[in-house]
Write a protein that binds this ligand. Structure first.
Ligand code: THU
Length: 142
């Protein structure tokens, strides 16, 4: 399915939603709150924030939290994702999040942002070229 690329103003709205979600982060260990907002095909926006854990590897990133919320609500057509943190540069998603986006939304527009107002526009495919995917696991699904 080919989905329309959102207008810059809509992407900035998405960054604002990600910034609001960042306020709800549970990040007592890193003190590095991250917010994400995911736009899906029917116009709904799903928020996510990082949720840390005393058992550190159990931490969930903001991006994957937003994706999980969207899919649990029945959305499959992911259009655009904004992610924001107080980072020196627009926050780059971790490898796990890149892998999840590559599978569920290779077409997705990704806006990386920081609280200093910097933005970087990219895509899930650009974030993880050569990703291992469903077709590698089962060629008949390609
Ligand atoms: N984190 C995210 O939620 N998303 C990113 O793109 C980068 C990292 C979180 C994980 C952890 O809670 C904290 O930021 C520090 O790594």
């Amino acid at each position: 399915m080919v989905l329309p690329t959102p207008a810059p103003a809509d992407l900035e709205d998405l960054v604002a939603a990600a910034l609001a979600a960042r306020e709800r982060a549970y990040a007592p260990y890193s003190d590095y709150p991250v917010g994400a907002a995911l736009l899906v095909g029917d116009g709904r926006v799903f928020a996510g924030c990082n949720i840390e854990n005393a058992a550190y590897p159990a931490t969930i990133c903001a991006e994957r939290a937003a994706v999980a919320t969207a899919l649990a609500a029945g959305a499959r057509d992911l259009v655009a994702l904004a992610v924001i943190a107080a980072a020196p540069e627009p926050v780059p998603p971790c490898g796990l999040c890149r892998q999840v986006l590559a599978e569920l939304g290779p077409q997705i527009v990704v806006v990386l942002a920081n609280t200093a107002g910097e933005r970087r526009l990219t895509s899930a495919a650009e974030l993880l070229p050569g990703a291992f995917g469903p077709a590698d696991l089962r060629p008949e699904r390609a």
